[in-house]
Design a protein around this ligand. Structure first.
Ligand SMILES: Nc1nc2c(ncn2[C@@H]2O[C@H](COP(=O)(O)OP(=O)(O)OP(=O)(O)O)[C@@H](O)[C@H]2O)c(=O)[nH]1
Ligand SMILES: [Mg+2]
Length: 298
């Protein structure tokens, strides 16, 4: 069960002979809300409760416990992924956005501009292998995870995918999450950073309406700026909204179509890549020093 929306990803992960990984989910959405507050304006506010939902026959307390278990198990697995990735100095980026904001298009354009060496991609979608096929066309290896009813990737799925991808040291692992601005915010995958993508056709209020995602992201790619002249979208207001939620968020205005802003995005990736490599070297040095001291060879 997903702590945010109550969806039921009892996910079975499969890797087909084609190298395509898939997972199917079972379980049900339970959206019978209680535990809400009535606002003065007649609004209903569920935001102060835990997950605020109820499944027939299951007490609220038990439900909260189940959710806490799932999230803490996920966090443990995510930490395992993070250690594996850090030891290899692989930069892992978790791309999150609503459906259609341009994650796959941006990835294809990004991979085209980086040498494809050392790049690997995990594609999360409920159905189809369309996105993985688009990535493979660039020459980069990609594994598709189909989550079925599940609305987000979790750390177990990503761990299995890492088992099947041949990651190169100092490489970059891009993880395209399921298109959803809500649930992926709660699930750590072991990534270095979350990258939130918001396109100018979606409205500048989205960071305020979906604050968890923008709070969790290190950078926001404001995509489709080529369309800005045709839509009522105030880019400055959008940036200000994102910074109200997360004062440290970096914002890059970008267009996967025109290429505007791609250089700044590639620079951002390069900076993180250097930081991850530096950390791996420091960790290796510390381990070596520990070994030398322990063996009395100093
Ligand atoms: N004009 C314009 N269109 C874009 C840009 N980036 C993506 N698109 C279009 O937006 C649509 C959705 O793009 P995708 O890359 O499939 O979006 P996505 O976020 O991967 O979608 P899901 O995986 O379904 O969540 C496609 O028609 C793209 O061609 C852009 O910078 N400018
Ligand atoms: Mg996509």
């Amino acid at each position: 069960m997903c702590a945010t929306c109550g969806c039921g990803p009892e996910v079975a992960f499969k890797v087909g002979e084609s190298g395509k990984a898939s997972a199917s989910a079972s379980g049900d959405h339970a959206h019978h809300h209680h535990g809400h507050h009535h606002g003065a304006d007649g609004s209903l506010d569920y935001s102060s409760g835990s997950a605020g939902h109820h499944v027939d026959g299951v007490s609220q307390k038990r439900l909260v416990e189940v959710e806490a278990d799932i999230l803490s198990k996920n966090n443990r697995l995510a930490e395992g992924n993070r250690q594996r990735l850090e030891a290899m100095a692989v930069l892992a980026l978790n791309l999150v956005s609503s459906p259609g904001s341009g994650k796959t298009t941006l990835l294809v354009e990004t991979i085209r501009r980086m040498s494809a060496n050392g790049i690997a991609v995990i594609e999360g979608d409920q159905q189809t292998s369309n996105d993985a096929d688009r990535i493979r066309a660039t020459g980069a290896p990609a594994i598709q995870i189909n989550t079925g009813k599940g609305c987000h990737l979790d750390a177990a799925m990503v761990g299995h995918a890492i088992d099947h991808l041949h990651l190169e040291e100092r490489g970059v692992l891009f993880i395209e999450n399921v298109g959803n601005l809500v649930c992926p915010a709660a699930f750590d995958l072991g990534e270095d950073s979350k990258v939130a993508i918001l396109s100018v056709t979606e409205g500048e209020d989205k960071p305020l309406k979906y604050p968890h995602m923008f709070a969790a992201a290190s950078v926001m790619l404001l995509n489709k700026v080529d369309l800005a002249p045709y839509v009522d979208f105030d880019m400055d207001a959008c940036e200000a909204n994102a910074r109200r939620i997360n004062p440290n968020i970096e914002v890059i205005r970008i267009s996967a179509k025109s290429g505007d802003g791609m250089a700044a995005w590639l620079d951002w990736i390069e900076q993180r890549r250097k930081a991850v490599a530096h950390k791996a070297i420091e960790m290796a040095k510390a381990r070596l020093e520990h070994l030398i001291v322990a063996s009395g060879a100093a």
